[in-house]
Design a protein around this ligand. Structure first.
Ligand SMILES: [Zn+2]
Length: 316
């Protein structure tokens, strides 16, 4: 028998959000009130994956984590962020740069069979952009480019209020746009990419190349040395910010988004870095092209928030 009063209670949906990161697996269970549309976190757990892991281990661990956090409660949908190229339409992982065994893996299909509900999968740059746009620093704008600057440089677009993935899901790859064709060689085979100049490990590598015997291990160490007056560290940090700023200015000219949201470890480098990013970006863009560059709101959890946003509208 129907109970009419139950229809007026704004029943909530239970969502499972999964984040397959390069070195960690994170799961969360959220309750979404269908009228308020504001998710509440009910459970959250992160596991650091051991070295030498593979796709089978990651998938089995994540499924166990999901069931543990759900604790027998019925789930409405599962949103997934994956740290590597994904075909969003079919939910197939193309590959992982960090973990073997993910090549052409039907992740959406496998998780739908496991949990018996709709599953949506996207790559971590797109989900982080979606998470910052829906719940974080980018709330209320129509267009933004989210950029993560850490061990690499990646990006994801929100255009017209939705994810813009591009023809093959490769949109937003600002890290491998070239800002200095005569610059140093990047891992991708080109010279002077934004990532080659702006990312943490490359900054540390460039520092070591200039100061034999006095290496700094990370981008963070370079930023700290720069703040303490180390002239070489300062020039490397400034070049990182300049390269990113030129990339942003070019992206602004091409697409004219309202906002650039910057996340990742390198963005903690302080005002020297931020001032130069903004200066170079506005210098590169045409004077008629207006935009704002701001820090991300979420740190490591932006992709998880995006995984929630992927499925928050799914009704049971
Ligand atoms: Zn490159």
């Amino acid at each position: 028998m129907n109970n009419p009063s139950s229809l007026t209670l704004h029943p909530s949906s239970l969502l499972l959000a999964l984040d397959f990161g390069g070195t960690k697996l994170t799961a969360a269970v959220l309750s979404v009130d269908r009228q308020l549309k504001q998710p509440a976190w009910l459970a959250h757990k992160r596991i650091f994956t051991p070295a030498g892991t593979d796709a089978r281990y990651e998938l089995e661990t994540m499924i166990a984590l999901g069931h543990e956090l759900l604790a027998g409660r019925p789930v409405t949908a599962v949103g997934v962020s994956f740290g590597g190229p994904v075909d969003h339409a079919s939910g197939t992982v193309r590959l992982s740069h960090h973990v073997p065994g993910w090549h052409n893996f039907p992740l959406q299909q496998r998780l739908e069979a496991e949990f018996g509900v709709p599953v949506r999968v996207d790559n971590d740059a797109n989900t982080a952009a979606l998470g910052e746009w829906r719940f974080g620093a980018g709330r209320g704008v129509n267009s933004l480019l989210y950029i993560t600057v850490s061990t690499g440089v990646g990006g994801g677009w929100i255009l017209g209020g939705q994810s813009w993935r591009g023809h093959e899901g490769m949109a937003g790859e600002i890290g491998h746009t070239v800002v200095d064709p005569n610059g140093p060689m990047c891992l991708c085979g080109k010279r002077g990419c934004v990532e080659r100049l702006a990312s943490g490990p490359y900054m540390a590598q460039d520092y070591r190349a200039q100061v034999q015997g006095h290496g700094l291990a990370t981008g963070k160490a370079v930023a700290e040395a720069a703040a303490n007056g180390d002239v070489i560290a300062r020039s490397i940090l400034q070049r990182s910010a300049w390269a990113l700023g030129v990339g942003i200015g070019n992206a602004a000219n091409f697409i004219n988004p309202q906002l650039f949201v910057l996340g990742g470890g390198v963005t903690k480098a302080g005002p020297l870095w931020w001032d130069e990013v903004r200066r170079a970006a506005h210098e590169t863009a045409m004077p008629e092209v207006h935009f704002t560059i701001i820090p991300a709101q979420f740190a490591d959890d932006a992709p998880l928030w995006g995984a929630v946003a992927l499925v928050e509208g799914v009704q049971q």
